[in-house]
Design a protein around this ligand. Structure first.
Ligand code: ADP
Length: 286
């Protein structure tokens, strides 16, 4: 089986929530679209990692030559869903010069003085860059809704506002790859337990994670609303089952590779006379 045939269909199709999608029915231990096991995934990843890195270099070159295109990876998921692992293992495959990474936590006092999209706009990738959002503007309809940080008449219009915002971003030349990493309640317990048992993992543990865990059902409901209302043709969501870390990494690598391929970029032409430069070099002292 050739490497391309390992995916039954492009991952961007297999992982897109279809009509009637129910988050409660997602098999978080599943590997939708992948026709292989973990070992196959490791072999395949090695090949796709090279492709991803080459494509990112093309994007970077395009940006340096005055191009306007960029890619934005938006990562959302509950605590322990593996957002950090994706950044390390997938985004880490490419040249850090071409990556603009931003984590969005509780808004700072300065951020709070602005519209919730202000800090998001400021972090959008420049041309030629791969932007990575570890959490994003979606927190403003997730944690904000679960904790009732603002009333319903404030968060309710945000879904449409986010769609309109993303349309502008895409129109300006950015491909947005939105990824919801889904783990099960059981898998989250295991990962939290591990953090509490291993001194090298304490730093990842935050007692507040248990408070969020206790609101699991409310979060499921708000994720459902996000997927129902903001998975547009312009900026679709991808639902990535994340109980198997290897699958989540494989899937996001594939989604990013497909996004970069969709740009169909070529190497920028020289803005100098190649033959003249060759002649000058040849005429110089050895
Ligand atoms: P992580 O948990 O991703 O490792 P942090 O410990 O910095 O990173 O947690 C980020 C926290 O910030 C999360 O609990 C998240 O819900 C919260 N947060 C992010 N954006 C907002 C927002 N707009 N309003 C309120 N809380 C937010």
């Amino acid at each position: 089986m050739s490497t391309n045939e390992r995916w039954a269909a492009p991952a961007s199709q297999s992982l897109r929530p279809g009509p009637g999608f129910r988050i409660s029915e997602v098999d978080t231990g599943g590997t939708p679209g992948w026709r292989g096991d973990k070992d196959d995934a490791e072999d395949h990843l090695a090949a796709r990692a090279t492709r991803l890195s080459d494509l990112q270099e093309l994007l970077y070159a395009h940006g340096r030559a005055g191009g306007t295109r960029s890619v934005l990876l938006v990562l959302q998921g509950m605590d322990t869903s593996g957002k950090g692992g994706i950044v390390r293992h997938v985004v880490g495959l490419v040249d850090p010069q071409g990556v603009q990474h931003t984590s969005f936590g509780v808004p700072t006092p300065v951020e709070r003085e602005h519209h919730y999209l202000w800090r998001i706009r400021n972090a959008l990738p420049s041309p030629g860059q791969l932007g990575v959002f570890d959490r994003s503007h979606y927190e403003d309809v997730l944690v904000v809704r679960v904790h009732e940080l603002v009333p319903a008449d404030v968060w309710e219009p945000r879904y449409d506002e986010i769609n309109a915002f993303e349309e502008q971003v895409v129109a300006a030349g950015t491909v947005i790859v939105k990824v919801a990493l889904l783990v099960s309640l059981d898998e989250q317990r295991e990962r939290l337990r591990e953090r509490l048992e291993r001194p090298d993992k304490y730093w990842k543990y935050n007692p507040g994670d248990l408070d969020e865990r206790s609101r699991w059902d409310a979060y499921q409901e708000t994720y459902q609303a996000v997927l129902d209302r903001t998975s547009t043709d312009t900026a679709p969501w991808h639902v990535v089952p994340a109980d198997k870390k290897w699958f989540a990494r494989l899937a996001v690598t594939e989604l990013l590779t497909e996004a970069l391929e969709s740009l169909d970029l070529g190497w920028p032409p020289p803005d100098f006379d190649v033959d003249a430069e060759k002649a000058r070099l040849a005429a110089m002292r050895p």
